[in-house]
Design a protein around this ligand. Structure first.
Ligand code: CAA
Length: 291
């Protein structure tokens, strides 16, 4: 599958500069591509830029990147609020909030903005059907799921998700790009809510929340149990905090809507925390507190 890239991808558009969008922009720019990140406001674009700069600083601090390369990487990323700036990209990756209505609107706007007929339109969704997003465009066969994992610069996996109508050449190009250019490892999934990883991960995270909610163990002990007992890099509640409790809830709701499986239903504690703005690491407090 590698090396069959038909579409010429020298510049990538990323819609959304949050945790995932900023990470995707960073890995694309680190691979030498020109990247345009579209955010809704100048202030949000500025925050996205700071997010990328902070991650690059961390990479330099950890000895993963030379300081000069970090500066060059940031120099390859342009931040904008205009969809029209994405006109000439060969690949656009949508990474906005896990909200179907918002994503549908983004896909309609991308469809209007992208001029190249061979452009790939990708979504980083964790759980919303690619088929639905594809049908918001006039070119559903060009739409594919390219699902990254957080933190994007660190985790090597990408799930490649094809809808019922995605053209095989589009999948081949997307996979050649992700593997050959970004250096990630691909697993393939068909288009069902949660794909492979979240179908396994989300019930586990929700079980940890239910365990805390029922009062039979503390957050610290639940997390320590899985770190020391199963050698996971972090426990489930800290991981939920890393992903973002709003995102975990949204993924669980999409999965529940699709399968009606009680295991996927978000527990009340999780929903109350989202209502309270306790969203995890990004808001400073979730199941744990962050400086
Ligand atoms: N760029 C490149 N490398 C970086 C980096 C950056 N910005 N930041 C950190 N790293 C590297 C570090 O150099 C280090 O590598 P070495 O071990 O080779 O030195 C490694 O990443 C770990 O970094 P740290 O030591 O700073 O941090 P840590 O050991 O505390 O690990 C963690 C932090 C990577 C987040 C780790 O705890 C982890 O992998 N946790 C699990 C994360 C996970 O499961 N994510 C999936 C979430 S699910 C998802 O995203 C999908 C969805 O749809 C919800």
């Amino acid at each position: 599958m590698q090396g069959v890239m038909v579409v010429d991808i020298v510049s990538v558009g990323v819609v959304g500069g949050g945790l995932m969008g900023a990470g995707i922009a960073e890995v694309c720019a680190r691979a030498g591509l020109d990247v345009i990140v579209r955010e809704v406001t100048d202030a949000a674009a500025q925050v996205a830029r700071q997010r990328v700069a902070g991650s690059l600083d961390r990479a330099v601090g950890r000895g993963k990147l030379a300081a000069g390369d970090a500066e060059a990487t940031l120099g390859r990323i342009r931040f904008t609020t205009a969809f029209e700036d994405l006109t000439d990209v060969g690949l656009a990756i949508e990474a906005v909030a896990e909200d179907e209505a918002v994503k549908l609107e983004v896909f309609a706007q991308l469809d209007a903005a992208l001029a190249r007929p061979d452009a790939l339109l990708a979504s980083n969704t964790s759980s919303i059907p690619i088929m639905k997003l594809a049908m918001a465009t006039g070119r559903p066969e060009q739409v594919v799921g390219i699902h990254f994992f957080n933190p994007v610069p660190v985790l090597p996996l990408v799930e490649m998700v094809t809808s019922l109508v995605t053209r095989p050449e589009v999948v081949a190009d997307a996979e050649a790009f992700v593997v050959g250019v970004l250096g990630k490892t691909v697993i393939r999934s068909s288009d069902r809510a949660g794909f492979v990883v979240n179908a396994l991960l989300v019930p586990y995270l929700l079980s940890a929340v239910r365990m805390l909610e029922s009062g039979f163990a503390t957050a610290a002990d639940i997390d320590q149990g899985m770190v020391l007992g199963c050698a996971h890099p972090m426990g489930p509640l800290r991981l939920a905090d890393l992903i973002g409790l709003d995102t975990v809830t949204a993924i669980a709701q999409s999965m529940y809507q699709e399968f009606r499986e009680p295991l996927y239903s978000p527990p009340p504690l999780l929903m109350r925390m989202v209502s309270a703005g306790l969203l995890g690491r990004k808001s400073g407090r979730g199941f744990h507190a962050y400086a």
